[in-house]
Design a protein around this ligand. Structure first.
Ligand SMILES: Nc1nc2c(ncn2[C@@H]2O[C@H](COP(=O)(O)OP(=O)(O)OP(=O)(O)O)[C@@H](O)[C@H]2O)c(=O)[nH]1
Ligand SMILES: [Mg+2]
Length: 365
């Protein structure tokens, strides 16, 4: 039996199995088997293709990368041209854009890379339209702009499903799970209190499917087997989204009000072509990207409060050093910080210290 047949057989078994507390454990194992088979399948495709046709890899540039995801003709390229320095082709027909077009949006001192990609249609993840290779550009996103126009506001879930199918987890955070591999002792799962779906025995079964024979597992959240598998699969990308409804000038305010009432998501309405709400959109992108400002203070001098270094929240001293200069780390003796991330001004910090907004930092080389 080939891999697709095996997957199909397991899926059929899952469909026959009723979902309840007693079968959850078994379903978890079946899900794990499918996940492993799919990984093997991907691996084979990758190998057979060699270097050509592997996911779209465009060099990351700027302080963060955002990707425009939407059906054809919703106005992605128009928006791109109105907020960045680039000139992407615009047309009144579908699939005007045929490749990934990069541009830079400068806003409040941040350089944000924007990727305009071809329109995405249902089953793009299975190769329809311009396909999977294009879709894979979304994997490099720090934020995904899910774009629709006023005529098709219901396509959001379809678009999210397409990126889920290639391993993205939009608007989810990585579950709080720690797995330590050990030399012996079997699989030890710390007590799972208040879990809705999972049991310790089920977690053990799933881990065994994943060839974790000796390991200690700590789970601190009520999660599902699917979420556990996401962590085991490693290639998952957890990414926030921002929804945009374009061509707002085509409808009146009451239409938008009604849409806002009925939609199960928040959105920002714009008209890319008429520059309506684009400043508000830029602000929202900036806010969603969670930037922090770091003031660099050269040794023995005043800090530079005029031009802060802009970096994503969660950045470490190491990330900042790398951003200041590629080779700085090599000559770095120690680092001192004044500001919100330390207990006292001038505190010595290590490379993996997390910086906070408005920290002042001095590198001693
Ligand atoms: N009325 C109106 N039309 C717009 C607006 N923005 C873009 N358009 C038009 O919509 C059509 C498609 O625009 P594009 O920017 O090429 O759309 P796209 O999403 O990049 O399309 P693909 O590259 O084919 O996926 C063009 O005719 C644009 O002029 C808008 O705000 N209002
Ligand atoms: Mg386009």
């Amino acid at each position: 039996m080939g891999i697709p047949e095996k997957i199909k057989a397991i899926e059929e078994e899952m469909a026959r199995t009723q979902v309840n507390k007693a079968t959850n454990r078994h379903l978890g194992v079946l899900k794990a088997r499918i996940a492993r088979l799919k990984e093997q399948q991907e691996e084979r495709i990758r190998k057979s293709r060699g270097k050509v046709g592997v996911g779209y890899t465009l060099k990351k540039d700027g302080d963060a990368t955002v990707v425009l995801l939407g059906l054809p003709s919703v106005g992605k390229s128009t928006l791109m041209n109105h907020v960045t320095n680039s000139n992407s082709k615009v047309g009144a027909y579908d699939f005007t854009t045929v490749t990934v077009e990069p541009g830079i949006l400068n806003y409040k001192g941040a350089r944000i890379q924007v990727l305009d990609i071809p329109g995405i249609i249902r089953d793009a993840s299975k190769g329809r339209g311009l396909g999977r290779r294009i879709l894979s550009a979304t994997r490099s996103a720090d934020l995904i702009l899910v774009m629709m126009d006023v005529f098709n506001p219901g396509m959001r879930e379809m678009l999210l499903d397409e990126i889920r199918a290639i391993g993205l987890r939009p608007d989810e955070t990585r579950p709080d799970i720690k797995i330590e591999k050990r030399g012996s002792g079997g699989v030890v799962v710390t007590d799972l209190i208040g879990m809705t779906e999972m049991t310790s025995a089920g977690v053990k079964d799933v881990l065994r499917e994943y060839r974790y024979h000796n390991s200690r597992v700590v789970i601190r959240e009520d999660i599902t087997y699917d979420q556990l598998l996401d962590v085991l699969m490693k290639n998952r990308v957890y990414v926030p989204t921002l929804t945009i409804i374009n061509k707002m000038e085509m409808v009146d305010q009451s239409y938008l009000d009604e849409l806002r009432e009925n939609a199960d998501y928040d959105f920002i309405a714009i008209s890319a072509d008429n520059d309506l709400n684009l400043e508000a959109l830029k602000e929202e992108i900036f806010r969603k990207l969670n930037f922090i400002r770091i003031y660099l203070k050269p040794k023995g001098e005043e800090a530079d409060y005029e031009e802060p270094l802009i970096i994503r929240n969660g950045a470490t001293v190491e990330d900042i050093a790398d951003k200041v200069h590629r080779k700085l780390k090599k000559d770095l003796r120690y680092t001192r910080i004044w500001g919100p991330s330390v207990k006292f001004g001038g505190q010595k910090v290590g490379l993996n210290h997390n910086a906070m907004d408005e920290d002042v930092i001095t590198f001693f080389t």
